[in-house]
Design a protein around this ligand. Structure first.
Ligand SMILES: [Zn+2]
Length: 142
């Protein structure tokens, strides 16, 4: 597939591979439309790079956006939805101005049962990749 415009996959200081901006983005600007394949529970699809869209409905990211890392203090956000015709869509949008060369990140906000250790390095790191609203319940259970 052709590389996404204005983005490049690199080795990341956060984890594994990451995606950096090759130009500056303004706050609120669209960074990328995610190319993906929608699937449902029970279809046996590799879920490592899948986004949760709705109950039992997922979107497997099949372009470079799958390499975008999680951060607890992200510079971008993920927007998802389902169109009137039933097509799943997802896009990455800048939450603040992003200079060229900066790694793109968004908050994966995993549900508690999928939470995993976080090494994002941000001063606001929650220690786990987890939905901020589910963190108190998980830490209280330890
Ligand atoms: Zn973190």
């Amino acid at each position: 597939m052709p590389p996404l415009k204005d983005l490049r996959v690199v080795r990341s200081s956060i984890d594994g591979y990451g995606v950096v901006a090759t130009r500056a983005f303004a706050a609120g600007e669209l960074i990328a439309e995610v190319d993906g394949v929608a699937w449902r529970d029970g279809e046996g699809v590799d879920d490592r790079y899948s986004l949760w869209i709705d109950d039992g409905l997922y979107f497997d990211m099949v372009d470079q956006t799958r390499w975008i890392n999680h951060s607890c203090a992200p510079n971008a956000g993920l927007e998802t939805g389902v169109s009137d015709t039933g097509a799943v869509w997802a896009r990455i949008v800048a939450r603040r101005p992003i200079p060229s060369g900066e790694e793109i990140s968004y908050d994966y906000a995993f549900p508690a049962h999928l939470a995993e250790p976080c090494r994002c390095g941000s001063s606001r790191c929650r220690g786990m990749i987890i939905d901020e609203e589910e963190l108190p319940a998980v830490t209280a259970a330890r």
